[in-house]
Design a protein around this ligand. Structure first.
Ligand SMILES: [Zn+2]
Length: 321
């Protein structure tokens, strides 16, 4: 499976993570304190390569396996995995992960955020059945949304405050308005969309109740780096997160465009106590909590930790841009 990921994915496989570890590198003669997320964008894509080069047969086999199952995210009532990882992350989406949610008999599937557009991947996605909607969590991870909407013949959903002409998202067929929560336009109750402002002004999470899966966009992620999606795990996270590096949850303070205090308030009000176990984030590893108590302990830990950072004067949004 490895080797087909694009530059952003490879960078994370090397140990970089969207948020977790500051690196100091030198570009030309300028010393820049930077994270691996910046590296993905700052260095020409052609300069990042697999070493040794993967063989073509392995690449073809890996591409044929996408979208692929997410280990540990199992259905409650179906016979197969309800969440598939799309791979082929897009530089235009900052290397964000995209997912295909299989909703089960009688319902079309949902593509969550945008992989890099690829006709082969589109065919593989459609082999799992029609896609009823493409849901975009927020403005960062929209990438090739228009190409996907055309290839899959599905309407796109994004919050109106995240839509803009520069990215073409003002043409999305469904613009969420106000504070929600919202169901999908088909009215089915298996999915709830709910506002989680903070990372951006109007980030929206998707909660799929039957699989107890949460798609948080870039609002929260697991700590740690190392193995990326579909890597070696571990897939189960034991709370509480600790300063010693015990896996837990993080918020991307360095990549928060709106407000960390707002983000933390939103998490406390809308995510703590919600019935989910599996976290499928835009960046970093996927994973599952063993119980709702474990989930809420990790959430309360990160909320408390970051409120303490706020009190100590940490910047409320990204200092980089
Ligand atoms: Zn983002």
């Amino acid at each position: 499976m490895r080797g087909i990921f694009d530059d952003g994915e490879r960078e994370r496989e090397r140990g970089g993570n969207f948020s977790s570890r500051p690196w100091t590198i030198f570009i030309l003669t300028l010393p820049i304190s930077i994270t691996s997320h910046h590296i993905t964008h700052a260095i020409p894509r052609s300069s990042i390569h697999a070493d040794p080069a993967p063989d073509k047969a392995a690449l073809a086999a890996a591409a044929a396996s996408l979208p692929g199952p997410v280990p540990g995210v199992l259905p409650q009532a179906q016979g197969g995995p309800p969440v598939l990882y799309c791979g082929l992350t897009a530089g235009a989406a900052f290397g964000a992960s995209a997912y295909l949610l299989l909703r089960g008999p009688g319902r079309g599937n949902v593509l969550i955020d945008s992989p890099r557009f690829d006709k082969g991947l589109a065919a593989h996605i459609l082999a799992h059945g029609p896609v009823d909607f493409m849901f975009l969590t927020h403005r960062d991870d929209v990438a090739d949304h228009a190409a996907w909407a055309g290839a899959l013949a599905c309407p796109r959903i994004i919050h109106a405050k995240e839509a803009n002409p520069e990215q073409g998202t003002d043409a999305c067929e469904v613009l969420l308005d106000g504070a929600g929560p919202w169901s999908l336009p088909d009215g089915d109750a298996d999915i709830e969309l709910f506002l989680q402002p903070g990372h951006t002004e109007a980030s929206v999470m998707l909660h799929h109740a039957p699989s107890r899966s949460l798609f948080p966009g870039d609002v929260i992620a697991f700590t740690g780096s190392g193995a990326g999606p579909l890597g070696d795990g571990p897939w189960t996270v034991e709370p509480p997160a600790g300063p010693d590096g015990t896996p837990g949850l993080v918020v991307h303070r360095a990549y928060t465009w709106f407000s960390i205090p707002t983000l933390l308030d939103s998490l406390e009000a809308g995510v703590v106590g919600r019935d989910w176990l599996h976290l499928l984030p835009g960046h970093g590893r996927m994973g599952s909590f063993k119980s709702g108590d474990a989930r809420d302990a990790a959430l309360r830990e990160v909320i408390g930790r970051e409120r303490a950072n706020d009190a100590a004067g940490a910047p409320a949004r990204s200092p980089f841009f």
